[in-house]
Write a protein that binds this ligand. Structure first.
Ligand code: TRP
Length: 451
């Protein structure tokens, strides 16, 4: 594995891992899923899943990655050649490919909103008109593809320059910027009239929701997605590490910052939603239709708020998309012995092409071309979030929990001698796998594929 790049600094790795975790998942996905699933109860269950399943599996991914110093597929095979673990790697590779294909589409919508607020068209929409504004955009053909391709071009451009000069550098700029914009927006939102109602929605749970299987299954899906778990993004990033990072504290930092980011994004969005009497359960259109209505009602400052908000979302999406592309690029570089630049271009373009049917499926010409009753984008999203990520996570937990010798697992994760070491192993062996299997069962019973 000579000639593989490494992160230039400890902070560089942490920021890149946080950059991967913090993305559309924390803002777009978190807000609409939390909104649909009742707010506070969902938030609590989600935090439980983050700590019971997310944190142990994240540390397992870091451990596999740094030990293997290679891509997802080889990371599974080099330790135990010929064993079924490599399936986890294949799920991961496929998931990274498909998630990025639709992620680019949604991030493209965000770029279009930035553009439309800058040129004034979005700000000039009449009250109540954002549903039409959004639908006429996503229902066209050229628009969504143009913005998707533009977004993917930026992603490819950054991965093209490599681990240090592309990924690490961009994250060092994006992450602090994100934090500043987010806090600024939250500060503003909390001065709105609906702030206390928004806070109540987010923090005062209805206990009956704890018996609702769908809330649990939404929470586990969200936990995997938001932590970039279950498909080797974190394995790939930690494969560029040398020995000097402490993995448990790195994993803890990523989990805490990612969760805080989602909660603060909730503080930006829900006070605004309640101030203007809007239904938080509006679904995936929440940040594209509902919030713009709110920005509109804010008057002149609304446009400024909107521009900062969508720039925030775009930067967060960018740093996550980079990590998704890097998974397949790292694989192709090793497997076919390609140079990084060639790998980034070819794989990136292929993923962009696979995303085009998704871009055309939301009211555009391919809306009726459904798979299992779902438009293409929704199908790919559901398939990856509900099946591939949990299955990948299951393989990762079992691989380290049962496939490695305990001493090896402790040493490679920097947990030797620590009192949480045995706890971690039992979470990987029993708690996380049972939790994941239970959720997979619920998903099979509840999703359209199997009805
Ligand atoms: N975690 C990112 C988000 O919240 C998305 C993401 C990046 C991702 N890499 C991933 C999701 C790997 C699943 C797996 O937007």
């Amino acid at each position: 594995m000579n000639g593989r790049e490494q992160w230039a600094s400890k902070l560089g790795f942490i920021l890149a891992a946080v950059g991967s975790a913090v993305g559309l998942g924390n803002i777009w996905r978190f807000s609409y899923v939390a909104g649909e699933s009742g707010g506070a109860a969902f938030l609590l269950i989600y935090v439980i899943c983050i700590f019971l399943i997310g944190l142990p599996v994240l540390l397992a991914e870091f451990t596999i990655g740094r030990k293997g110093q290679t891509d997802v597929i080889a990371a599974f095979t080099s330790k135990a050649p010929g064993k079924p673990w490599v399936l986890g790697g294949f799920f991961g590779l496929a998931a990274s490919f498909f998630i990025l294909s639709f992620y680019g589409v949604i991030a493209g919508w965000v770029l279009y909103y930035i553009y439309s607020y800058f040129t004034g068209t979005a700000g000039a929409v009449e009250e109540g008109g954002y549903g039409d504004f959004f639908e006429s955009f996503i229902g066209s053909s050229g628009g969504p593809i143009f913005w998707q391709v533009l977004f993917m071009a930026i992603v490819i451009g950054i991965v093209y320059f490599g681990v240090k000069k592309g990924i690490e550098l961009s994250n060092k700029i994006f992450m602090p910027l994100l934090a500043v914009i987010l806090l600024f927006l939250a500060g503003f939102s909390l001065t709105l009239d609906g702030a206390s109602e928004g806070l109540q929605f987010l923090f005062s749970p209805e206990w009956s929701a704890f018996g609702d299987a769908e809330v649990w299954s939404a929470a586990v899906g969200q936990a995997f997605f938001t932590l970039s778990l279950g498909m080797g993004a974190m394995i790939t990033y930690s494969s560029y590490l040398s020995k000097d990072n402490r993995l448990p504290s790195a994993a803890g930092t990523v989990v805490v910052l990612d969760t805080l980011f989602a909660i603060v994004a909730g503080l930006v969005i829900f006070p605004a939603v309640f101030s203007f009497g809007i239904d938080p359960g509006d679904g995936p259109g929440l940040i594209f239709v509902t919030l713009p209505e709110v920005f509109n009602l804010m008057g002149g400052g609304g446009t400024v708020f909107a521009i900062f908000f969508f720039i925030l979302v775009a930067l967060a999406a960018l740093s996550s998309a980079i990590s998704l592309l890097e998974v397949s690029v790292a694989f192709v570089m090793r497997k076919f012995n390609w140079a990084r630049k060639q790998a980034a271009l070819v794989v990136g373009l292929l993923i962009t092409a696979v995303g085009i049917p998704s871009a055309l499926s939301q009211g555009g010409p391919l809306t009726e071309a459904t798979i299992a009753g779902l438009p293409f984008l929704d199908f790919v999203d559901t398939l990856t979030d509900m099946y591939f990520l949990p299955l990948g996570g299951l393989m990762i937990a079992l691989f380290v929990g049962w496939g490695w010798r305990r001493e090896d697992a402790f040493r490679e994760s920097d947990l030797t001698g620590s009192s949480i070491a045995p706890l971690w192993i039992w979470f990987l062996r029993i708690v996380a796998p049972l939790g994941i299997l239970w959720i997979l069962y619920l998903n099979v019973v509840n999703t359209p594929f199997f009805q």
